[in-house]
Design a protein around this ligand. Structure first.
Ligand SMILES: [Zn+2]
Length: 391
């Protein structure tokens, strides 16, 4: 057992009979006291498990949008620190198997659950939480139309998803105020709805394209190569695909071999103090250099969370906006019983193209975002580091 494990045990011993929130507070305090991540971890008798290097507590109001695929900021991670996330479950066919794989390495992740899935499969939702993972939400029906919803409509879909996941888990306290927009297809109205609810919107730093029907080997290859390119950040996976289940052990193994550490993220609260960070830690290192070179005429396309409440889409542009975004609409959640979602694919499993690839991206002025021509992702930053993929 290494120093981190010993300290965690010492600090936490006797506390686990209290609520899970206290337990998380305990973990955060233990990590803060140590100040350095673990190197290898004892896990179920295995001395070199990947484990959780550290737990960080974040304040969703201070940093309301993370993930450099869309936003300027990401989570305050050190080099070679990774946060693993799973979207679209819980699924009776895949989520349990993913939990077993994570447990074998004592890794904790964040699950962005779809409300309708949690309502249909509450036992799977409760198991995710019971095994110590963080649970955020991903709307109720997983519509791909957040980009053209009014703030009221977006808010209703967000609330319904949170309520369904909270009901499945037994309490709203079990649900982190973390939200991921389906397909990353956000808009100012959706961002306003999220901000008014004090939710932290999670984009990602690298996808693994596991929703595209590619092989598990290709998922591993894409995940690792993109992680290596950025060195830290949020990985987005989906607990509704066979290939993801097959890829996960190799992704964890590769991360371990390459010296990466897993970070679990929990919300700061009255009982969990936020992890102290500097503003620079919320940006990828190369972003600092980019921003220094940034043209003074360029500004972020999406206002800050504090500004969003005042932003209005001109009525004259609304219809044009809707006509554009109509092309982005994809089937909503279906086939739940099969534990599989149709995630915005065109025929043959290929992502739909809806604008000319001539310029790669189309400026989507009404929503203050860029829409990627290849994957339809709304990129809400002038420094998106976008890789042209849409989960
Ligand atoms: Zn999704």
């Amino acid at each position: 057992m290494n120093l981190t494990s010993l300290l965690k045990n010492a600090v936490c011993k006797g506390w686990t009979r209290f609520t899970r929130r206290w337990f998380l507070a305990c973990l955060v305090l233990a990590n803060a006291a140590i100040g350095v991540p673990a190197i290898g971890m004892e896990c179920n008798g295995k001395s070199d498990a990947l484990g959780v290097g550290r737990v960080i507590a974040v304040d969703p109001i201070e940093h309301s949008r993370v993930g450099t695929m869309q936003y300027p900021e990401t989570l305050p991670l050190a080099d070679h620190e990774i946060v693993i996330t799973f979207d679209d479950g819980p699924s009776p066919r895949y989520t349990g198997r993913i939990l077993v794989i994570l447990a074998a390495e004592c890794v904790k992740a964040t699950f962005f659950m779809v409300g309708e899935m949690a309502k249909t499969f509450p036992a799977e939702a409760r198991r995710v939480k019971a095994e110590g993972h963080t649970v955020g939400t991903h709307s109720f029906q997983h519509p791909f139309t957040f980009g053209r919803m009014s703030e009221l409509q977006a808010g209703a879909e967000i609330d319904r998803g949170i309520d369904a996941v909270a009901a499945a888990l037994g309490s709203p306290d079990e649900v982190a105020p973390f939200f991921r927009v389906p397909g990353f297809l956000t808009s100012n109205a959706t961002e306003a709805a999220l901000a008014s609810r004090k939710l932290m919107t999670w984009s990602a730093d690298f996808p693994a394209d596991d929703w595209k029907g590619i092989s598990s080997a290709e998922i591993v290859k894409r995940a690792i190569s993109r992680i290596e390119a950025k060195g830290r950040g949020i990985l987005v996976l989906h607990d509704i695909h066979e290939q993801t289940v097959e890829a996960l052990p190799n992704i964890l193994s590769e991360l371990k071999q390459r010296g990466y550490k897993i970070v679990q993220v929990v919300p700061a609260s009255a009982t969990v103090a936020k992890t102290q960070t500097t503003p620079e830690e919320w940006r990828l290192p190369h972003q600092h250099a980019q921003e220094a070179e940034q043209d003074s005429g360029q500004k972020a396309l999406v206002p800050s969370a504090a500004q969003i409440d005042q932003s209005k889409v001109p009525a004259s542009k609304a219809s044009e906006s809707q006509a554009t975004v109509k092309k982005m609409a994809a089937p909503s959640l279906s086939g739940i019983g099969a534990g599989k979602l149709a995630l915005g694919k065109g025929s043959g499993g290929r992502p739909r193209r809806f604008v000319s690839n001539r310029f790669g991206r189309r400026r989507h002025r009404q929503h203050g975002c860029l829409i990627c021509a290849r994957c339809r992702t709304a990129i809400c930053s002038d420094r998106p580091n976008h890789q042209g993929r849409n989960p």
